[in-house]
Each structure stands twice: as structure tokens, then as C-alpha cells.
Design a protein. Structure first.
Length: 206
């Protein structure tokens, strides 16, 4: 059981520390809405990964190439949409909206979960790394499978929450830094979106 827990901890930390679209989105939301309203978005993988894990475990590595390419295209377009929202906040210098805390928090976690569903990365991870480990752990015992999932999502969500706290501290150091970070998040989301679109189109073109 400890072996699977350790694997979950390492993989979760690695996923949280690796720069990606979700981290860029968390940055843009923290700068725009504050850390309290953004914190819930760190739990987005708990919403999006359930169906993904079930789907991938059913077919495991048999996911067709066109499906991943389609996910890349849809995810790229959604990332560009989020980048446009981050850019508007940067251009207007807006930091906090007048919407209620609950509404903003629900919107943040929904968008983050949708981003995860439309990204091919979770499918690739669970199809090539996480899925085989989870199946192996399940065959050993239910406790081993639970230990792996707790280790993975514990460090993944904890890492995302640490990112949000770090961005919030950076924002409070200098008001001008808030606008700079907002611009950086918009650029990062746009680049990730274009990257996803390019790979998706290249996959369809062969």
C-alpha cells in the first residue's frame, strides 16, 4: 500500500509542478477575482477526472488517435476563449468583479473542470501511466487503489492551492505586478491554446 501511496504522491506533485493551462488559468483567476474566489478551482480535477478515468480504464490504451486530436482542437479553442477573457481583464485593469463570491467560485471551478475534460493530457496520463498503476493497485487490494488516488489527488490539489496562495502573495507585493501577471496569464493561455490547436490539426493532417 505504501508503494502505491508513494507513487501517487510523486505523480501528483509532478503534475502540479509542471506548467500547464490549468496553472495559467488559476493565475488569471487569482489576479482577477482574488484567492478566496479562486481556491475552489483547485478541486476541478475531482469533478473532471472521474468520467475520464472510467472512460480510459474501459478502453485503456485503445483510445483512437482522432479522439485525442479532437480533444486537442476543442481544448485549444476553449483555451483561446479563456485567454481572451484574461486579456480583457488585463486591458481594463479589472481585478475584482461585482459578482457574488459564490457565483464566481462556481464559475471558476466549472471552467477549470471543462478545461480538463477538453484537454488530452488527462486521457494520456490515465491511459499510459495512472490507469495501469490504478488497475495494478486494485488487483492487490481496494486499500492500495485508494492510497494511490489519495496520494495523487492530495498532492495535485495541494499543489494547485499552493500556486494560488503564491500568486496572491505576489499580487499583494506591488499593485503593478497584478497587471503584469494578468498579462502573463493571458499570453500563457493563448500559447497553450495555439499549441493544442497546432498538434490537433497536425494529427488530422498526418
Amino acid at each position: 500500500m505504501l508503494v502505491y501511496l508513494s507513487q501517487g504522491l510523486v505523480l501528483g506533485f509532478s503534475a502540479a509542478a509542471q506548467p500547464g493551462p490549468l496553472q495559467a488559468y488559476l493565475l488569471s483567476q487569482t489576479i482577477r477575482n482574488g484567492w478566496q474566489r479562486t481556491l475552489s478551482a483547485a478541486f476541478a480535477p475531482l469533478i473532471s477526472d472521474g468520467p475520464i478515468v472510467l472512460l480510459v480504464l474501459l478502453v485503456l490504451t485503445r483510445t483512437p488517435d482522432w479522439f485525442l486530436n479532437l480533444m486537442r482542437l476543442l481544448g485549444g479553442l476553449f483555451l483561446l476563449y479563456l485567454a481572451w477573457g484574461a486579456y480583457r481583464a488585463f486591458a481594463q485593469g479589472a481585478e475584482v468583479t461585482a459578482v457574488s463570491d459564490t457565483a464566481v467560485a462556481q464559475q471558476s471551478i466549472f471552467k477549470a473542470a471543462l478545461m480538463n475534460v477538453l484537454s488530452p493530457n488527462p486521457y494520456i496520463f490515465w491511459g499510459t501511466i495512472g490507469g495501469p498503476i490504478l488497475i495494478s493497485a486494485w488487483r492487490e487490494s481496494v486499500g492500495a487503489a485508494v492510497a494511490f488516488l489519495l496520494g495523487f489527488y492530495g498532492t495535485l490539489i495541494g499543489g494547485f492551492m499552493a500556486f494560488i496562495a503564491l500568486f496572491a502573495v505576489a499580487k499583494s507585493l506591488d499593485p503593478r505586478l497584478s497587471r503584469v501577471l494578468s498579462g502573463v496569464s493571458a499570453l500563457a493561455l493563448a500559447l497553450f491554446g495555439l499549441y493544442q490547436l497546432w498538434f490537433g490539426l497536425r494529427g488530422f493532417w498526418g
